[in-house]
Design a protein. Structure first.
Lengths: 112, 117
């Protein structure tokens, strides 16, 4: 069983829709949670960073962590065609120096 | 401009022919790492380096070598490539100063698509 599970999609939504992307994990030691966005033929770039449980909002993006359920989410409001990309969740333990465990990514397509 | 530079972007080679993928960062980062990305498997860490002359195995190190003689460079070496090493490779770097803070992040290169025939 993978430590981090993520639905590969693709997820296709119309422009303006609210998008929900999710990851589940099995290791309760994970403390730092991240979402990376990867455009086609590019390297991933950090989108959101959250420590422990709770919500974090940045513009149209909200990251949510539920440690009791071992479940993290990324919500995108008013989705735009430019949001079309692969979204990778990533997480690491407090005692691990930058060893990130990545999900396999969810491909999102926002239709104009 | 702060960046991680990988070369080449695309590489086609044959089984057994040694190759090197270069990686260089201009941000004075201590930490550098190599990943491979395969469909359905996501990003898997090959090797990482905490500083000059300090390297360690990641999750899938077999068939790969690295070296860290200078802080800015972290080449990935395939001594005898095989078809199962056909993949998209990413180099990444980060600073320990940002660890545990909201600006903690890995900076990724643009990737090297390797095909081993």
């Amino acid at each position: 069983q993978k430590e981090v599970e993520q639905d590969p999609g693709p997820l296709s939504v119309p422009e303006g829709a609210i998008v929900s992307l999710n990851c589940t994990y099995s290791n309760s030691a994970f403390q730092y949670f991240m979402w990376y966005r990867q455009y086609s033929r590019k390297g991933p770039e950090l989108l959101m960073y959250t420590y422990s449980s709770g919500n974090k909002e940045d513009g149209r993006f909200t990251a949510q962590v539920d440690k009791s359920s071992k479940y993290i989410s990324l919500f995108i409001r008013d989705s735009q065609p430019s949001d079309s990309a692969t979204y990778l969740c990533a997480m690491r333990r407090m005692d691990s120096s930058y060893k990130l465990i990545f999900g396999s990514g969810t491909r999102l397509l926002v239709r104009p | 401009e702060a960046q991680v530079t990988q070369n080449p972007r695309y590489l086609i080679t044959v089984t057994g022919k040694k190759l090197t993928v270069t990686c260089s960062q201009n941000m004075n980062h201590e930490y550098m790492s190599w990943y491979r990305q395969d469909p359905g498997l996501g990003l898997r860490q090959i090797y990482y380096s905490m500083n000059v002359e300090v390297t360690d195995k990641g999750d899938v190190p077999e068939g790969y070598k690295v070296s860290r003689k200078e802080k800015r460079n972290f080449p990935l070496i395939l001594e005898s490539p095989s078809p199962n090493q056909t993949s998209l490779y990413f180099c990444a770097s980060s600073s320990f100063r940002d660890r545990g803070r909201s600006n903690e992040k890995l900076f990724f290169g643009s990737g090297t698509q390797l095909s081993v025939l």
